[in-house]
Design a protein around this ligand. Sequence first.
Ligand SMILES: Nc1nc2c(ncn2[C@@H]2O[C@H](COP(=O)(O)OP(=O)(O)OP(=O)(O)O)[C@@H](O)[C@H]2O)c(=O)[nH]1
Ligand SMILES: [Mg+2]
Length: 306
Amino acid sequence: MVLSRLRRGLARTRNRIAHTLRRLGGDTSAEDTLEALEELLYTADVGPLAAELLAEAEGALNRGRLAGPGELRGWLQERLAGLVAGPNDPAAPLALDGGPPAVLLVVGVNGSGKTTSVAKLTRWLQEQGRRPLVAAADTFRAAAVEQLTIWCERLGVELVRGAAGADPAAVVHDACAAARARGADVLVVDTAGRLHTQKNLMAELAKVARVAGRQVPGAPHETLLVLDATTGQNAVRQARMFGEIVPIDGVLLAKLDGSAKGGAVLAIGRELGTPVKFVGLGEGVEDLEVFDPAAFAAALLDPGGE
Ligand SMILES: Nc1nc2c(ncn2[C@@H]2O[C@H](COP(=O)(O)OP(=O)(O)OP(=O)(O)O)[C@@H](O)[C@H]2O)c(=O)[nH]1
Ligand SMILES: [Mg+2]
C-alpha cells in the first residue's frame, strides 16, 4: 500500500520517463541511448546531476558495463537510489529523544506546504505512539491559525496559539510550558513563510529557535525544511537560504504528487547534503511517507504495476 501511494504520486514523472525509455529498442545505438537518457534526466529536473549521470552512462556504455538500452533502466535505478540520502534510521527518521518536549520546528517559504505538513507530521507522531502538541507560530496571517485549528480539531490534538500579530517566539515559549504541563512529548511548531521582508522572517525564525532552546535544552531537536517539489531547482536555493539561519536536519519534500519534476529530490539531496526525511504525496493528512531512496528510484523508473 505504502509503495503504491508513492507510485501514484510519482506517476507523472514516471510516465514521462517510461515514454522516453519505450523508444529505445534492442538495436538502438549508444548515441541514441544517451540522447534518450539526457532527455529523461532533464524532464525529471535532476538539475546539474544530469551532466554527471550522462558522463557516467557514456563511460559505462564505452566500457561495456552497460550493454545497451535494455539495461539503461536498471543501471539508472541503481544509480539514483544511491544518490540521495534518506533518514539514517528509516524507523526513526526524527531525533526526538530530547526534552520532553522534543521540539520539531517546521520551516519553509510561503505556500511550500508547511501547515499541511505539520498536520501530517502530527498524525504520523500519533501513529508512532507519541503525544504531540502543536504551536501556531505563524501569527502573521489570521487564516494560518484558523487552518491549523481545523487540522488540530480533526486530529484531536491541542493547539497553542497567540493573538493575531503576537510574537511567534512568545507563542513557542508558552507552548513549551503547555507541553510540559500536559505531558506532551513532542511539540510541533508551524512557522510563517512570509513577513514584511525576508530579513524579518529570518530574524523571527532565529528568535523562535533561540527561545525554544532556552525553554528546553537542545531545542529545536529537529528542524525540517518543507520544500515544494513542483518548484524544482528553486527549492535548492530556498534550502540554502534557510540553512544559513537555522541548521536544517532534514527536508520534507511536499507536493511530490503534483510534480512532473520528481527528480528534484535527487538534486536537493545531493546538493545540500541534507537527507530527505519525508515526502508529501497529497493534500490529505495521511499523504506523508518516510523517504526511502530505493523505493523512490523504483517508483520513478519501474514501469510495472499501475
Ligand atoms: N498535492 C499536494 N498538495 C499539497 C501538499 N502539501 C501541501 N499541499 C497544498 O499546498 C497548499 C499550501 O499548503 P500550506 O500547508 O498552507 O502551505 P504553507 O507553507 O503553510 O503556506 P503559508 O502558511 O502561506 O506559508 C495547500 O493548498 C495544500 O493543500 C502535498 O503533499 N501534495
Ligand atoms: Mg502555513
